[in-house]
Design a binder for this molecule. Structure first.
Ligand SMILES: Cc1cc2nc3c(=O)[nH]c(=O)nc-3n(C[C@H](O)[C@H](O)[C@H](O)COP(=O)(O)OP(=O)(O)OC[C@H]3O[C@@H](n4cnc5c(N)ncnc54)[C@H](O)[C@@H]3O)c2cc1C
Ligand SMILES: CC(=O)[C@@H](O)[C@H](O)COP(=O)(O)O
Length: 666
């Protein structure tokens, strides 16, 4: 049995799983960066499987199961925290009324086959049942079994319960990478060092794809809270109103939560006038007397959304890593069922059949593996991936036991350590052949040039098979941090359009100087800080400056990319001493970028211990580009193997290679 479980993320999902695992005798540690940033803190707390109008049958089943677990789960939590008063979590099966302004025309009556009842109320009935609704409400559904919980107090109760059971917490700690070897997680890299456990659970909400390339992205929601004024003696609302683009959630403590916007703006923080205005307009239309209620508080949060709006639950590509993320709009509702099913997976190795529907591999073209075959290509391009070329550049003979686990950037593993570009080729066909011949798995693309169809970039984006090659959008042509941030966002959209939904990589170039193409260190640092905040995996192109490399690593960049020599100069390794210092100190991959002119220089950079190379001009401008690409691929592998083999020390004097003893004297 797995006893030590490390949970990444201390939102409701991480906490609920921690309590359940601990109750089943596991040793549990929760690592959490920032509890106040959690969606769990920001939510409205509705328990609304029916009001949410969930179309997917398996999801509806999951939500209903969770709703039915709620009463016992709440009692258990409140017992654990020695507070039997059910109001402590604000759990309130108060029902949800969903008024409409236009009748949809469907048959409206009690639906007896519904697993939970739903009643249609016509205009007269709804106004009688809920006085104070806007005059233009024409009817609505009543879902008596839906309800709410005060998510902010619930997570506090969960945290207290977990602590009282002995769950250990590492607060304010950021997980930077999940380190894997041969289908196993061997530990997690954090800002306080390397942590190990028997088993790992990823419950990092909207930030999950900073650690694994899952299709989880943030969907921002703005919220506000009103207070029932003193002069209103009785609670005016005793059920949730779930209207069009608005929900009104009255708490028993006389606050009223209004939500929420649904914005696709990455991790852009703050409340905005437009967001708050839209909520207030919709709320006062639905329940006009709110117009006079005092505003108490505003906030925002990031729902962990997936492209099909369903959570990702259960096993992963690694046998000791389980996933519980992507709960999107229903994570508060789904907490108890998630905790149960995930504890079953981790501790009893039993997978409820329902979990097949929420398996991570549904976003790939691969079939869902059975329990006995757990490895798929989610994070690691297959080791024998040849990128269309007949030669496999990555095969390293087993007898050498090289223990090279691949290049890991922002949790994604690549076998090839060579990245190439797409510029300067004489034709698209030559570029395609060169990319294939190099064996590279990452190709950088200048977002601006592709968007503007610059000469040589027409049709470029479509010319490569992005099912096989990971796109590294770059901000070439940007002179300021602001421009680079804008272009990075476009790059992310471009990658999405080309089918890489989960690609958050950006090669950051801020280059104001046209003659030497030297990057602006200050602009690069500023842009990197912002882009990291927005959830990008940032790969900054820099001069070979060890201090800057350190600062960029500290702000959360996924790699550093020091230059060997100016871009396109083919001068070779001109910055060796500084690159060596960067390599010695870096905890993120060091990618030597720009200026490499020949395979010998590529090999030399890898022998120094660089993790990867980015080479464009030396390939594109060679007389025979595909052949040079092949040579660069071989040189990268040779340099890496030589680095792993460990070169001999350099000596001042000769030392004979043949033995000096036992020779025949003449
Ligand atoms: C405005 C809004 C309204 C909502 N309303 C409802 C509702 O009414 N009903 C409902 O059921 N659901 C609702 N939701 C959805 C629900 O809040 C989420 O689905 C749920 O909170 C997700 O929980 P989680 O634990 O997965 O993620 P989160 O609560 O976001 O927690 C993730 C945690 O992981 C931590 N973390 C992330 N990355 C790292 C890292 N690298 N290292 C360490 N820690 C890390 C974060 O700091 C965070 O604390 C709403 C969400 C929003 C934003
Ligand atoms: C394509 C790209 O990103 C280049 O800006 C990169 O820096 C490579 O430089 P070389 O063209 O000198 O290899």
């Amino acid at each position: 049995m797995t006893s030590d479980v490390l949970i990444i993320g201390g939102g409701i999902i991480g906490l609920a799983c921690a309590v359940e695992l601990k109750l089943r005798d596991a040793n549990v540690t929760v690592v959490c960066r920032d509890f106040t940033a959690a969606a769990s803190h920001a939510a409205a707390g509705m328990l609304a499987p029916d009001a949410e109008n969930i179309a997917d049958a398996a999801m509806l089943d999951l939500c209903r199961r969770s709703l039915s677990l709620y009463p016992d789960w709440i009692s258990k939590l409140e017992e654990l925290t020695a507070k039997k008063d059910l109001n402590n979590t604000g759990y309130w099966p108060c029902g949800i009324l969903a008024p409409v302004y236009q009748e949809a025309g469907e048959k409206k009556e009690f639906i007896p086959n519904h697993q939970s009842p739903a009643y249609w109320l016509d205009k007269a009935a709804i106004h009688e049942y809920q006085p104070g609704l806007g005059a233009d409400v024409v009817g609505g559904w009543w879902y008596p079994e839906n309800g709410q919980v005060d998510n902010q107090t619930l997570v506090k109760v969960l945290r207290t319960a977990a602590e009282s059971l002995g769950v250990s917490f590492k607060d304010g700690v950021t997980v930077e990478a999940i380190t894997q070897q041969q289908g196993q997680v061997i530990g997690i890299q954090t800002n306080i060092g390397f942590l190990r456990a028997d088993h790992y659970l990823l419950a990092a909400g909207a930030w999950s794809n900073q650690l694994l390339p899952l299709t989880v992205h943030p969907r921002k929601g703005q919220m506000l809270r009103l207070r029932v004024p003193e002069f209103v003696t009785e609670l005016p609302l005793t059920r949730v109103l779930f209207g069009e683009n608005i929900y009104i959630v009255p708490r028993r403590n006389r606050s009223i939560v209004l939500g929420a916007t649904s914005e696709n703006v990455g991790f852009t923080p703050d409340n905005t006038p437009a967001g708050i205005q839209s909520l207030l307009e919709a709320a006062t239309r639905l329940y006009p007397q709110l117009a006079d209620y005092p505003i108490q508080e505003m906030w925002w949060g990031f729902r962990p959304a997936t492209s099909d709006e369903l959570p990702i639950l259960g096993e992963s590509h690694c046998s000791n890593l389980t996933l519980a993320t992507g709960h999107y709009r229903n994570g508060i509702l789904l907490a108890p069922v998630t905790a149960n099913l995930i504890a079953d997976v981790i501790l009893s190795q039993t997978t409820d059949p329902l979990l097949t529907h929420f398996h991570y591999s549904r976003f790939q073209n691969t079939p869902v593996p059975t329990q006995s075959s757990t490895t798929t290509s989610m994070l690691t391009h297959p080791a024998n991936f040849t990128n269309g070329h007949s030669k496999n550049l990555f095969i390293q003979p087993a007898e050498f036991n090289l223990q090279d686990s691949g290049l890991v950037i922002a949790g994604k593993t690549f076998q090839s350590r060579l990245m190439t570009g797409t510029g300067k080729y004489r034709s698209i066909e030559e570029m395609q052949k060169s990319v294939a011949a190099s064996g590279c798995q990452i190709v950088t693309v200048a977002v601006r040039r592709v968007q503007t169809n610059a000469p040589g970039h027409e049709g470029l984006a479509e010319a490569l098979d992005w099912g096989k090659i990971w796109m590294l959008p770059n901000t070439a042509g940007c002179q300021t941090a602001e421009e680079a941030i804008r272009v990075a966002r476009l790059g992310r959209e471009m990658a999405k359009l080309l089918g890489q939904e989960d690609n958050n990589f950006v090669k950051l170039e801020v280059i104001p100087d046209a003659k030497y193409l030297l990057p602006d260190p200050i602009g690069t640092l500023h842009a990197a800080e912002q882009l990291v905040k927005e959830g990008f995996a940032v790969l900054p192109y820099i001069n070979a400056d060890p201090m800057l490399a350190k600062r960029l690593e500290e702000v959360g960049c996924a790699t550093v990319m020091p230059l060997a020599a100016p871009i396109g100069s083919g001068q070779g390794l001109k910055t060796t001493a500084n690159i060596q210092i960067i390599i010695e100190n870096a905890k993120v991959p060091v990618v030597v970028d720009a200026g490499i002119g020949a395979p010998s220089e590529a090999a030399q950079a890898m022998e120094l211990g660089a993790d990867a190379l980015l080479i464009n001009s030396a390939i594109a401008l060679a007389e025979n580009a595909p052949t040079m690409a092949y040579a660069m691929g071989l040189a990268t592998v040779a340099g890496r193997i030589a680095y792993l083999a460990g070169r001999m020390p350099i000596k001042n004097y000769a030392s004979a290679s043949s033995p000096l003893t036992g020779t025949i004297t003449a």
